[in-house]
Design a protein around this ligand. Structure first.
Ligand code: SF4
Length: 374
């Protein structure tokens, strides 16, 4: 199996990459330095690492840890409760991407609310929700805005267009986050980070240069087997040099400057705020609140939604998983009472969730614990 994957690793076409993929694989496989912990903070990386069997290629002293890079997973239970609260308002249609609908709240999920008659609809884009608002002027259309820098610009563009077009029956219930303030909080959980490829297309390398000055190391990583192995080889090599670093191993997509247009839009419509991350707590300045001049499109203000703190299932270990302290098979509910069909926590619901990845790619329950070992 490992041999097949070895053959599948092709030479990288990106000239800036420091290693051809086959050399990267060799560097990773023969690594014999001190034990290192590398945290991939992006849920898409977690799934790709499983899909390509990357863990099976690593020596014992390289420990890959999954972190809090799935926006659905890090959204606190209270936000789901607030969304459920909104569904009880007269004339409100709640719109959301698919994953969020099954995340358990304190009492029920949005799917549960819908089963009890609430108007909750899955959309594929916030623009679908904006169109719905334009087509249904007598209903209030609320979109659940949960994401990182990657998805936020499209949602803000909808708000901007709604304002320009005088569409006032469209609003966002906001729980957006930015990753840059999360790394310092997580720095003791890992020796280096596999930085997320998608978010980095927006931020550019600037935030990582700043983290480097704070002593935090990592490499931006793409999503093919070649790119992940290359980034791992770069990380292991640079860690051996003993100095903080910030490397771009996804140069075909990520640039130094990122997307100035997206950052301008974010700065124009939002301001940083303190926000709660599931399992981590409040990270100062890591949220993106709509500015006061856009209050009419802020569902929390428009509908006087109370701040609800939420009560997740106390047996769920999502918080420990998001901090990289345990792996899903160490949760006593994994594969038993908690499965993708009957998720107890957000990490089993989301298509980017760590528990969902372990369940999908490694069997489940005891078998997963034995198979995954580390
Ligand atoms: S397996 Fe289920 S209950 Fe356990 S941490 Fe993951 S989502 Fe929570």
């Amino acid at each position: 199996m490992a041999e097949d994957k070895t053959n599948a690793v092709r030479e990288s076409a990106a000239p800036e990459m420091h290693f051809q993929a086959k050399n990267a694989l060799a560097i990773v496989k023969i690594y014999s330095g001190r034990p290192v912990r590398i945290m991939e903070v992006c849920g898409t990386h977690t799934h790709a690492i499983f899909r390509y069997g990357i863990r099976s290629l690593l020596p014992e002293n390289v420990n890959l840890i999954s972190g809090p890079g799935c926006p659905v997973c890090v959204t606190e239970t209270g936000y789901i409760d607030e969304a459920v609260f909104l569904t009880k308002k007269e004339n409100v249609t709640l719109t959301t991407f698919g994953d969020l609908i099954r995340v358990p709240g304190s009492e029920t999920s949005l799917a549960g609310a819908r089963a009890n008659g609430a108007d909750v609809r899955i959309v594929y884009s916030p623009f679908d929700a904006l169109k719905m608002a334009g087509d249904n002027p007598n209903r209030e259309i609320v979109f659940l805005s949960v994401g990182f820098e990657t998805t936020v610009p499209a949602e803000l563009l909808c708000v901007k267009r709604a304002k320009e077009a005088g569409i006032r029956n469209f609003s966002l219930l906001v729980a957006n986050k930015t990753m840059d303030n999360a790394y310092p909080v997580l720095k003791d959980s890992a020796d280096a980070f596999l930085y997320p490829g998608h978010v980095s297309t927006m931020t550019g390398m600037g935030i990582y240069r700043k983290l480097q000055k704070e002593g935090i190391s990592g490499a931006v990583c793409g999503f093919t087997a070649d790119e992940i192995l290359t980034a791992l080889a770069v990380l292991l090599t640079k860690l051996g040099e003993g100095r903080p670093f910030a490397e771009n191993c996804y140069p075909r997509v990520v640039t130094e400057e990122g997307s100035p247009a997206a950052r301008t839009l974010i700065a124009e419509l939002t301001c940083p705020c303190d926000t709660v991350w599931r399992g981590i707590g409040v990270i100062p300045g890591s949220g993106l609140a709509l500015r006061e001049e856009y209050a009419a499109w802020d569902a929390a203000k428009k509908f006087s939604v109370p701040h609800l703190s939420g009560h997740p299932n106390p047996a769920c270990r999502c918080g420990d998983i998001l901090r990289g302290e345990i792996r899903p098979p160490e949760c006593p509910l994994f594969g038993r009472t908690c499965t993708p069909d009957h998720p107890v926590g957000a990490c089993m619901v989301s298509s980017e969730g760590t528990c969902a990845a372990y369940y999908k790619y490694s069997g489940h329950g005891d078998a997963a614990g034995a198979f995954l070992g580390r």
